[in-house]
Design a binder for this molecule. Structure first.
Ligand SMILES: Cc1ncc(COP(=O)(O)O)c(C=O)c1O
Length: 477
């Protein structure tokens, strides 16, 4: 007899990940049937036409096939690309086809430490760095450490990136949602955090850690130093570990805004009693190397025995993929002014970030021009998360499915990220090329007006279940 679905663990069956959920599955089916689809559901830059940085791909090409180094005619690759490829090959000792240390290549961890020192002006220790298959695996490893049973509570923002809700469900922990204030530009307040902790304790959940995504996905909001200090003070008071998801640290769009890391605020405030795990990735920023699966987690104030457990966990899967580790190296060790590759690198970097900034504005302005759609400014990350006024009985999931069927635009309903009761949203990435963003906005506008008018005219049949009220366990659906 073959397996039945009931043979699968309950936690797996209950785990949901809307970013690649039923609407995306339908989009793929439509595409196979010949429809043209615009995938605005996921922050996957190169799938939407973003070109990889020449710097990254030239070094990788040489590292993957070192024979080229011996035979390539002079001038084919810039000298710094060749020197970097040679360094990678000599430091990695056996080339990229061999397993690495479980924590990742030592020379890459040292380069990441140097990147943090230069970014934040603080000390950083390669011994407290782990290279991972993207930030996802790092976050999952840390949650694995923290969750032992159903009373272990992890505070997550609402709305949040569903990696967190999915992983907490998978590991059998409890979500402690804390609401971001949409009307105040998705601000994070101490009162909300305190209330969330109280609610959790009242239902027998023990708060263990708090996840903060900065810049925010899906909100696009950027935290400033005072907010970060507030979160760290709150964590200290409640004995919480902090998980700082900083994968969008290069994606800031408001002139004058500067990314401030949790590590920097922790160190400058001398908070030695808060354990911090900070995540970064090669998938976002201006590299967009999602498929290469590179990233790292940095640990601060994490005692050696806990670090050893993390090392053990990493060693169970042997190591992160070697190419992703090298892409991480190339992210944290880019060409410097005066290097042969610098001009090209800098031009490509600026072109990508400038375009993202323009597209963020275009998308938000376009959406805000539609009656019934209200969108906060996208000040960071790669997404707009507007609220929708929908006729009674209609959900954002139904809206997104209907939009897909009619226009071929694939969005993720707000319910996939969690949202305040009585509100509906969708998430759209700002990544499609400029002309497509324009078309997306026009098509959404036309669809919205028609959809709302038609649905409002229909008699309401079955009552639609509303999202759980704030403060209760929210399982994104
Ligand atoms: C907030 C956030 N964290 C982590 C990730 C996962 O990144 P990675 O590709 O490095 O696993 C994403 C991907 O979209 C994200 O938005």
């Amino acid at each position: 007899m073959t397996m039945k679905i009931e043979d699968i663990g309950r936690a797996v069956r209950e785990t949901q990940y809307a970013v690649r959920g039923p609407i995306v599955a339908r989009a793929q089916a439509l595409e196979r049937a010949g429809r043209s689809i615009i995938y605005c559901n996921i922050g996957n830059p190169q799938s939407l036409g973003q070109r990889p940085l020449t710097w990254v791909r030239q070094v990788l090409a040489l590292c993957e096939y070192p024979e080229v180094l011996a035979s390539v005619p002079e001038g084919t690759f810039p000298a710094d690309v060749i020197a970097t490829a040679k360094r990678v090959l000599s430091e990695s000792k056996h080339g990229l086809g061999a397993y690495t240390d479980s924590r990742g290549y030592a020379f890459v961890r040292e380069a990441v430490a140097q990147f943090i020192r230069e970014r934040d002006g603080i000390e950083a220790d390669p011994e407290t760095l782990y290279l991972t298959d993207g930030a996802s695996k790092a976050a999952q490893a840390v949650l694995r450490l923290l969750i032992d049973d159903a009373r272990d509570g992890i505070m997550i923002p609402i709305p949040q990136y569903p990696l967190y809700s999915a992983t907490i469900t998978l590991y059998g922990g409890a979500m402690i949602p804390y609401a971001l204030d949409e009307k105040a530009g998705w601000a994070l307040s101490r009162e909300t955090l305190e209330r969330a902790v109280e609610d959790a304790k009242a239902r027998g959940v023990k708060p263990r850690a708090i996840v903060v995504i900065n810049p925010g996905n899906p909100t696009g909001a950027v935290l400033h130093e005072a907010n970060i200090g507030m979160v760290l003070g709150f964590a200290a008071r409640h004995g919480l570990t902090v998980l700082a998801d900083e994968v969008y640290q290069e994606n800031l769009y408001v002139p004058g805004d500067k990314f401030v890391s949790f590590a920097k605020v922790l160190e400058t405030r001398g908070l030695i009693d808060v354990s911090l795990f900070s995540f970064h990735s090669v998938s976002k920023g201006f590299l967009g190397e999602c498929g290469h699966r590179g990233g790292y987690v940095e640990l601060r104030n994490v005692p050696a025995p806990v670090r050893d457990e993390l090392t053990k966990l990493q060693s169970v899967s042997l190591c992160a993929n070697s190419v992703g580790q090298i892409v991480t190296y190339l992210m944290v060790r880019p060409p410097r002014p005066g290097d042969p590759s610098f001009e090209c690198y800098d031009r490509e970097r600026r072109d990508i970030l400038d375009a993202l900034k323009r597209k963020a504005r275009l998308l938000v302005e376009g959406l805000n021009a539609v009656p019934g759609i209200l969108c906060n400014a996208v000040t960071g990350a790669m997404y707009a998360f507007p609220s929708l006024t929908l006729p009674p009985g209609v959900t954002d999931a139904q809206y997104c499915m209907a939009l897909l069927e009619e226009t071929g635009i694939c969005l993720v309903p707000g319910s996939g990220f969690g949202q305040a009761a009585e509100t509906w949203h969708f998430r759209a990435t700002i990544l499609p090329p400029m002309e497509q963003i324009q078309a997306v906005v026009e098509q959404i506008a036309a669809f919205h007006v028609k959809f709302v008018a038609e649905r409002a005219a229909e008699p309401e049949d079955e009552p639609v279940p509303r999202p759980a009220p704030r403060g209760r366990k929210i399982t994104p659906a």
